[in-house]
Design a protein around this ligand. Sequence first.
Ligand SMILES: C[S@@+](CC[C@H](N)C(=O)[O-])C[C@H]1O[C@@H](n2cnc3c(N)ncnc32)[C@H](O)[C@@H]1O
Length: 298
Amino acid sequence: MSAYSETNFNSQHYDDSRPNYTPQFYSKLINYQKQKGSFDLAVDIGTGSGFVAFELTKYFHQVIGTDPSPTMIDQCNNNTIKDNITFVIGTAENQPPTIKSNSVDLITGAECCHWVNHEKFYKESARVLKQNGTLAYWFYKDPIFINFPEANKIYENYTYNSSIETNGDSFEKWMGNYYQQPGHDYLRTLLKEKSPPTDLFYDIVRQEYIVDRDGPPAPQEDPFETKTPLFIRKIIDMKWFLNYVKSWSAYHSWMKDHGDKYDIAEEFVEELKNKMNWNDDTKVEVIWDTVYTFSRKR
Ligand SMILES: C[S@@+](CC[C@H](N)C(=O)[O-])C[C@H]1O[C@@H](n2cnc3c(N)ncnc32)[C@H](O)[C@@H]1O
C-alpha cells in the first residue's frame, strides 16, 4: 500500500474517482451501534481521504481518523474545518497512543482491512474498544460491467492476471502482480477466510452481495431492501473509469516500473473502448460486489 504514502498522492483525486457508501448503509451501521453502544468516540482506521470519518461526525461527539500514510493524514488535516475530528498516523494493528484502552465506541475500517494482519487487528481493536463497542469493516471489490462479459474478462486480465504467464510477454502488461499480497487475494474472496474471533467479539453479522454478472439490467425495485444496504451502483463513462484505474495502488506501482513505456490505465481503457466499441462518453452500468462485517466486543 506504499502508493498511498507517496507525497504526490492526491486524496482529492482519490475521492472523486472512488465509490462512496450509501445513506442506507450508514443507517444500518448506526442502528447496530444504537442497540448496545454509545456515541462518544469513533475511530476510522485506514481513513484515506477521511470521508467516512467526516460522515461519522454527524453521530459521534469525537471522531479520530487514522492511517499509516503521512500523506493522507496531512491532506485530511488540511481539509479539516470541524473541531470534533482529528487525523493521526496509526495502523489497524497499532492504534496511536492518543487512543486509550477501553475508550472507543465504534471502529470503522472501509476498503482497508484486507491489507492488515488480522490476528493483530482483532486483538488491537478489542483492546481499544469499550465493552459492547462495535468493530465494523467493509469492502467493495471490482466494478462489474452489467451485460458485458467481454469487458469483465478484459478487466480481470488487467487486475488479476500476469501477461507474462498468459501471453509470454517480455514485461508485465497487466497489473495482477503489482498488488500487495495476501491483501488482494483477500479482497477477491471478500475476506471469507477471516472473521472476528468469538472469544473477543459477539453478535457477528456478515453480509455479502455478489453481482449477477451476466444477468439482466439491475431491477427497478429498491435494492437496499432486496439486496444489501451496501449496494454500490454507478452509471459511468470511460473518463470516470480512467480516473478510477489511476487511483489503484497497483497502477502507481506498475507506473514506477514501466511508466517510461506508456500509461497502463490509458492502455486498459483503449482496449476496452476498441473491443467493446465504446467511446469516452458511452454510459455503462457497473455494480460492485460488496461485503460488510459488524461485531461487538465482549
Ligand atoms: C483503498 S484506501 C481506503 C480509504 C477509505 N477508507 C475508503 O473507504 O475509500 C486503503 C487505505 O488503507 C490504508 N492502510 C494500509 N495498510 C493499513 C493498515 N495496516 N492499517 C490501517 N490502514 C492501512 C492505506 O494507507 C489507505 O489509505
